[in-house]
Design a protein around this ligand. Sequence first.
Ligand SMILES: N[C@@H](CCC(=O)N[C@@H](CS)C(=O)NCC(=O)O)C(=O)O
Length: 233
Amino acid sequence: MIKNYILTGHGDLVSLSPFCVKTDIYLRMRELPYKNVYGDPRRAPKGKLPTIDDEGDQLADSQLIIEHLERKYPEPLDAGLDAKTLARHHLLRRTLEEGLYFCAVYARWVDPTAWPAFRALILPTLPKGIGRFILPLIRRKIGKDLWAQGTGRHSASEIYAMACADIDAMASALGDAPYFGGQEPRTIDAATFAFIANALLVDLPSKLADRIREHENLVGYCDRVHERFYSRG
Ligand SMILES: N[C@@H](CCC(=O)N[C@@H](CS)C(=O)NCC(=O)O)C(=O)O
């Protein structure tokens, strides 16, 4: 049984981390036997979640995990895809994980207009008694990390414009196909669902969710994937 170590979730969303939703939805798509374990990133081998334990194989990083599972188990999701299609999927995924992700972190943790609602959501998930004290420290560290990464140096309107451009590009890439991978889900759909669901399936005021809702195809996609892979619990 694979153990998928992830960060805490909320409501219909298995994890508030898109990278953790990504490994969860991938495991569901593959119908591999697994269980989620809510973990602490400080104890993870690379200091971040998700990680997995696959019968003694420890892997950290959602993409390295998926590549391992694609190699190890029969009928990988990306079987038969040509190099050009794989390259397009790679570029889209990197846009989400290396661009949109940092805007999404800003939108939850740093934007002063959005922070009170996210604070109210995240506080009950932290250890009782000390949550109130450690939350400002976590927020300060995330602000510093965003500054070091670069996104934190932009104004709010610049960050949201960049996020909206990524979301619009995602909507164009999907077009009227049922999945980003075409007629059936491929590994790219683990990443795209993870990011869309992390905006739409959390009851928080969010400029990213507002922009996604302007694209009927992205909303329909989120519903379709959620219904197909999460309706059995
Ligand atoms: N490239 C990594 C990114 C994972 C990541 O950034 N995880 C975040 C949650 S979204 C984390 O564990 N952060 C904890 C920390 O930085 O202390 C992946 O694909 O798994």
